[in-house]
Design a protein around this ligand. Sequence first.
Ligand SMILES: [Zn+2]
Length: 96
Amino acid sequence: MSNCKHCAAFGKESKTTKIYRSLSESNELIHLCDSCYSYILEREKLISRANRYANETCGRLPNGETEDEREEWVGKWNFSFLQKMQELSKENGLIK
Ligand SMILES: [Zn+2]
């Protein structure tokens, strides 16, 4: 049995009980312990909400724009996404 991948990233070892297909890691199957499993499920729900928020805020990537304008759009999208993730994570008690 493999160790929890998420715990391992923090130098901890935990028995895995769940296998999860991660949306944010290219649908890779990852082995997780119970507590990381619930944390990640919760987080991925937030990711889809933050995604929707950034899409609504920035609209679609404009077609036929210059490189500069595309970069500006990407920057704005990333900013909106990360800002919303931060806000939702706090609201849902994932971070303090
Ligand atoms: Zn874990």
